[in-house]
Design a protein around this ligand. Structure first.
Ligand SMILES: [Zn+2]
Length: 402
């Protein structure tokens, strides 16, 4: 049997008043997900281990069954892998957002969803002016970039910028947890302030502002770590000899890299609601012909949740159903070699909260011949009655790949 996980990032939500107290998964038209839930089996999965923040990297690593306390090294090292930066011993990598500061306020974590092309100009400018023997900046995707510090001490408290929209930024700057880490914290805070000086009047930002766009006028480094010690999935699950990952998001591709999955780059994959579902699905189906496992990650609903935009998030959920889950099911349902399909988010991103929560998420598993568990729809409440109950750690991936 072959296996595909279709992951709608941040898709789970809370009941919404304007939707008659339904969640978005309950309210959206999702005939394919409902059908697969009805024909398959469902459950809830705890994707955020105790003591961990509900980040997408934490939750996606959990979905693949990785033991977070053992292997977690933060986002930086994952994103480094995805852009081909091979971390050496003692090198600390950090996710480095390009954010928009308005006065003393952190206006948003994405500089108004800056394009990779615009961001690349600014990151290269920062590398020229702030980069040295110890400090290096690398361009990633959109607002998500990389800072590598040789000899950095990772015992520092950093704030994920998407958790603190519209808050004053100064109290949220990096703090050392130990005396040894103080030099690293000072270095990073110094880089943040210097980046603001450099970016404030950069021609690209002046042009962005003239066009009514948010300027990308500060870096915001967070989630530091060293190279993680992750086993490839093929070692843990010998039936998975070959696997692939399809995602527009650096950190998911980085998880894929350490998980031993080959990365498939898809034209038009943006990480937003306008992502090219059709190309992603075509690439996933092509990969399923040669590989045993495909991890298809679609970011759109998470971004809509961060925007707090209920209508947009409904659209992203309906798109996932009609433009990803549906076509994949229709294509593989009659293959000679059966294909198992799992659909799930990594974590909830409630529109009301505009950030992630650590609540267990609903999942469904379907493959030809699976015995249904009686659940009729795919949503946060129906799946609580599912046959798998509440799973944790590697229970979901073991069940799915068994
Ligand atoms: Zn998110």
């Amino acid at each position: 049997m072959k296996h595909i996980i279709i992951l709608g990032d941040g898709m789970a939500d809370w009941p919404v008043k304007s939707l008659g107290n339904k969640t978005l998964l309950q309210y959206a038209k999702t005939p394919y997900m409902n059908m697969l839930a009805k024909m398959g089996r469902t459950g809830m999965l705890k994707t955020v281990a105790d003591g961990f923040h509900p980040g997408s990297e934490v939750a996606n690593m959990s979905v693949m069954g990785y033991n977070l306390p053992k292997v977690y090294e933060g986002r930086g090292p994952l994103e480094a892998a995805s852009i081909g930066v091979d971390l050496k011993e003692g090198e600390m990598a950090m996710r480095c957002n390009l954010v928009c500061i308005d006065g003393d306020i952190l206006k948003n974590h994405s500089s108004g969803h800056i394009s990779t092309e615009d961001a690349d100009i600014l990151i290269k400018y920062l590398q020229e002016n702030l980069g040295d023997e110890r400090v290096r900046f690398y361009t990633g995707v959109a607002y998500r970039h990389l800072l590598v510090i040789k000899g950095g001490n990772k015992n520092i408290d950093c704030t994920p910028p998407h958790d603190v929209p519209l808050k004053p930024f100064r109290p949220l700057m990096v703090k050392a947890q130990t005396q040894e880490a103080e030099e690293t914290a000072r270095l990073i805070n110094d880089l943040i302030l210097k980046s603001q000086e450099l970016l404030r009047n950069h021609p690209l930002n002046l042009k962005r502002m003239a066009e009514g766009k948010d300027p990308a006028n500060s870096i915001w480094p967070w989630s530091p770590g060293y190279r993680p010690k992750m086993e490839p999935l093929s070692v843990t699950f010998p039936s998975i000899k070959k696997g692939a990952v399809i995602s527009a998001v650096d950190l998911i591709n980085g998880i894929g890299y350490y998980a031993g999955l080959r990365r498939i780059q898809v034209e038009g994959a943006t990480g937003l609601y306008d992502t090219n579902y059709e190309n992603k699905v075509a690439a996933a189906l092509e990969a399923l012909k040669t590989d045993d496992f495909v991890y298809l990650h679609i970011e759109a609903s998470d971004e809509a949740g961060h925007e707090g935009d209920v209508d947009l998030k409904l659209l992203t959920i309906e798109n996932l159903d009609s433009r990803a889950v549906g076509p994949i099911y229709e294509a593989v349902k009659d293959w000679t070699e059966p294909v198992a399909i799992a659909v799930l988010p990594d974590h909830p991103t409630p529109c009301e909260l505009r950030t992630h929560t650590n609540e267990p998420i609903p999942f469904l598993i379907w493959y030809p011949g699976i015995e249904p568990d009686g659940v009729q729809t795919y949503d946060e409440f129906a799946c609580q009655e599912g046959g798998y109950g509440v799973m944790k750690e590697d229970e979901f991936i073991k069940e799915f790949l068994k």
